[in-house]
Ligand binder design. Structure first.
Ligand SMILES: Nc1ncnc2c1ncn2[C@@H]1O[C@H](COP(=O)(O)OP(=O)(O)OP(=O)(O)O)[C@@H](O)[C@H]1O
Length: 226
């Protein structure tokens, strides 16, 4: 489903953020990416999202080579990847409903499909009653649930989450993990970069640990530390 072959990323500043990453993530997996600050977790996510281009190596999504930044490939990537960030990144001038609908509009969805689908994902994150609220009227946990609903509304096979619980208290963090687990149980591949030791230790999944841009551990049902 996702295959990285000898991927390296060196920023213009000369920082080598990733070196020779080889990685195969299969359909339906739940993968934590862990590592100290600066280890390269966000860089890995940015490469997958095409926000950054690798310096060398090849990336494949569903067998399609998406290595080159190529405008023709961007819609393909958007359809395949949903994404959730630590800081939610909702549009503050749009309601909850509109934030989610917008993710379908930009892919050219039929308005009828949008009207049908948005309530379904709002229900999935238990926020139906907040449909007409604006982001600033919501708690952090609720905002993150909206951002998850937006990430899955186009039914992507892969969900990327960069520190999705980083701005939340433990209870809200657990709530987010329940939702991510539920999404994974329905067949979506979930890749989550995180510093949340408690979560990784309690909800054991595949753990990929980065250190100075290199994979130093790839463990089934691993804990946060070796
Ligand atoms: N745009 C950039 N330009 C130059 N260097 C960068 C850039 N983004 C990240 N880096 C550097 O690349 C390395 C990896 O950073 P990255 O953000 O991927 O780490 P991380 O594991 O996500 O860290 P954190 O847990 O703090 O978010 C770091 O040394 C960082 O300073």
């Amino acid at each position: 489903m996702i295959k990285l072959v000898n991927i390296s990323k060196e920023y213009k500043s000369g920082v080598k953020a990733l070196t020779d990453i080889n990685l195969h993530i299969h359909k339906g997996e739940f993968v934590y990416i862990v590592g100290e600050s600066g280890a390269g977790k966000s860089t890995l996510i940015k490469l997958l999202l095409k926000e950054e281009a690798p310096t060398s190596g090849e990336m494949y999504i569903n067998g399609v080579n998406v290595t080159k930044v190529n405008n023709r490939r961007i819609p393909y990537i958007r359809r395949n990847l949903g994404v959730v960030f630590q800081d939610f990144r909702l549009l503050n001038n749009k309601t909850v409903y509109e934030n989610i609908a917008f993710a379908m509009e930009i892919l050219g969805a039929d308005p009828k499909d949008i009207r049908r689908r948005v309530p379904v994902v709002l229900n999935r994150v238990d926020l139906s009653r907040k449909s007409s609220s604006f982001p600033e009227q919501l708690s952090g946990g609720e905002q993150q649930r909206v951002s998850i609903a937006r990430a899955i509304v186009n039914n992507p096979p892969i969900l990327l989450a960069d520190e999705p619980t980083g701005n939340l208290d433990p209870d809200n963090g657990l709530e987010i993990m329940k939702i991510l687990n539920d999404i994974n149980a329905r067949g979506t591949t979930v890749i989550m970069a995180t510093h949340a030791k408690e979560i990784v230790d309690n909800l054991r999944r595949r753990v990929i640990q980065l250190k100075d841009g290199v994979i130093v551990r790839d463990q089934k049902r691993g804990g946060y530390d070796e």
